[in-house]
Ligand binder design. Sequence first.
Ligand code: UDP
Length: 237
Amino acid sequence: MASPYKRVLLKLSGEVFGGGKVGVDPDVVAALARQIAEVAATGVQIAIVVGGGNFFRGAELQLRGMERDRADYMGMLGTVMNCLALQDFLEKAGAEPRVQTAITMGQVAEPYIPQRAERHLVKGRIVIFGAGSGMPYFSTDTVAAQRALEIGAEVLLMGKQGTDGVYDSDPRTNPDARKFDDLSYDEYLARDLKVADATAISMARDYALPMVFFSLDTDGTIVRVIAGERIGTTVHT
Ligand code: UDP
């Protein structure tokens, strides 16, 4: 498989790890890991930001009475469990993964050290970034944009569950919703679309980082999107 990319940042939504439930579904994670290992073996450098929506979302816990910042820390800790599950199945698939977390926890992962992450990538290792930004009030989508910029990824690949791209309205509630193949950052923001939060989109816009939104619901989409196949929706200048 010839990829147009040398280095990519793959964002995996937390929801997909749970296979629709709370927690981690090992079969789902194993299938994701096999795809990622397959592409890494071809020489594409892959860094990953993992979400945590299958455990906790700060905003949801806040609605149920928790302090937002503490709830956000729970959300960030949830992402780390996903990272460890992915690390495990990537190793089983023959890859060499390293986890780096934005909240230091030396027993389970390296701390976030961007230069070391780049060295791992150059050596063909897959770097998994966990614990979000380490700061409440952010999303892992925004962290994915920031990490992509910091490690010099050419593209931000946003793997989502439950949607195969960006639509002009919610396809779950509007059967006439129209999917975009292409969309500018400005149009995304003007339409107030919600597939990724506005902070992530505006950061990508400010640094002209292309984003591809695609579905993780079908096996093989990670391989296809990294091969440069036009699936999902591309958001760019
Ligand atoms: N979170 C945070 N700061 C960050 C990243 C994440 O506080 O930099 C928290 C936030 O509560 C969020 C949760 O971690 O709801 C899980 O991340 P996210 O919702 O982005 O995961 P995804 O939707 O991708 O599964």
